[in-house]
Design a protein around this ligand. Structure first.
Ligand code: 15L
Length: 274
């Protein structure tokens, strides 16, 4: 049985994934925080991936890595820098030094969140991040491409929508990713013999999808779920967003989210009068 390292294993996506993969792989679950839910046969290793020594320690002797660790929403730049940029670099570099060939990088819909909702995009579009968090995901995709080309690593980037047992609002009807579809796509990322560098969308087979997920289909992904069965109930409770941009762009509220809501002016500068 393969040993799989999951970083960020205590988070929501990590917990869904560990539940779905329990018994299928030997899971090494790593996080800064304690695991709230534990599953049989999964070993916990506490680590701070912004420290290279920790990244080296947790990546030793595994067959593949699912690198979920880091900030999962917009946040202060220093936090994103250390967890998502430095942390991501550390995991790739530690994997290379430990001879781990395969990395699954859960990037995000927010790497392309500035595409409008009336467009269908595929894995070849130019990134259009909607936040500093989105930029950090584009960084991870670029790093994966470098490590695939330069070091022959096998890198599987999943631009994840929203993992939940059910879609929670109108935007999520388009990007919902059920836990069992997540497990199917991750299994393809771990097992497919021809992965070199791939970008796929981590979403279920949603009728309202904004994505052409043909690259995932080419690799054998056959989603079992479609958010449409929840549409009536979700739309009935939907309230219009306060800012029209959140309805125009795929990234929703991330296009208006600020790392610091009202930054103080720099010394020697003044706020412009309206
Ligand atoms: C993400 O990338 C986040 O990790 C997750 O927390 C959700 O906010 C999701 O996107 C989303 O767009 O709903």
């Amino acid at each position: 049985m393969k040993t799989i390292l999951i970083t960020g294993a205590a988070g929501d996506v990590g917990t869904h994934l560990r539940r779905e993969l329990a018994g299928k792989y030997l899971i090494r679950a790593s996080d800064l925080r304690d695991l709230k839910e534990k599953f049989k046969g999964q070993k916990f290793m506490r680590a701070d991936i912004s420290k290279f020594a920790d990244a080296l320690r947790i990546t030793r002797g595994v067959d593949a890595i699912v690198h979920l660790g880091g900030y999962s929403v917009e946040g202060p730049w220093q936090g994103i820098l250390s967890a998502n940029i430095v942390g991501c670099y550390n995991v790739f570099e530690a994997a290379r030094r430990n001879g781990v060939k395969r990395i699954l990088f859960p990037t995000s819909n927010h790497a392309v969140g500035y595409y409008r909702r009336d467009r269908t995009i595929d894995h070849r579009v130019y990134p259009r991040p909607d936040s500093r968090y989105g930029v950090s995901k584009v960084f991870g995709e670029a790093l994966g491409s470098l490590y695939a080309d330069k070091y022959g690593m096998q890198v599987f980037c999943m631009r994840i929508g929203n993992v939940n047992p059910a879609p929670i609002d109108k935007r999520r009807l388009s990007i919902w990713f059920s836990p069992r579809d997540l497990a199917q796509l991750v299994t393809i990322g771990i097992e497919h013999p021809e992965v070199r560098f791939e970008i796929v969308y981590g979403v279920s087979g949603n009728t309202r999808s904004w994505y052409d997920n043909s690259n995932a289909a080419r690799l054998g992904y056959r989603p079992m779920d479609d958010s449409e069965v929840f549409a009536r109930e979700v739309l009935a409770r939907e309230k219009p967003g306060a800012d029209a941009r959140t309805e125009q762009y795929q990234g929703g509220a991330f296009v208006v989210a600020e790392e610091v809501p009202n930054p103080a002016p720099l010394p020697g500068t003044r706020r412009r009068k309206k």
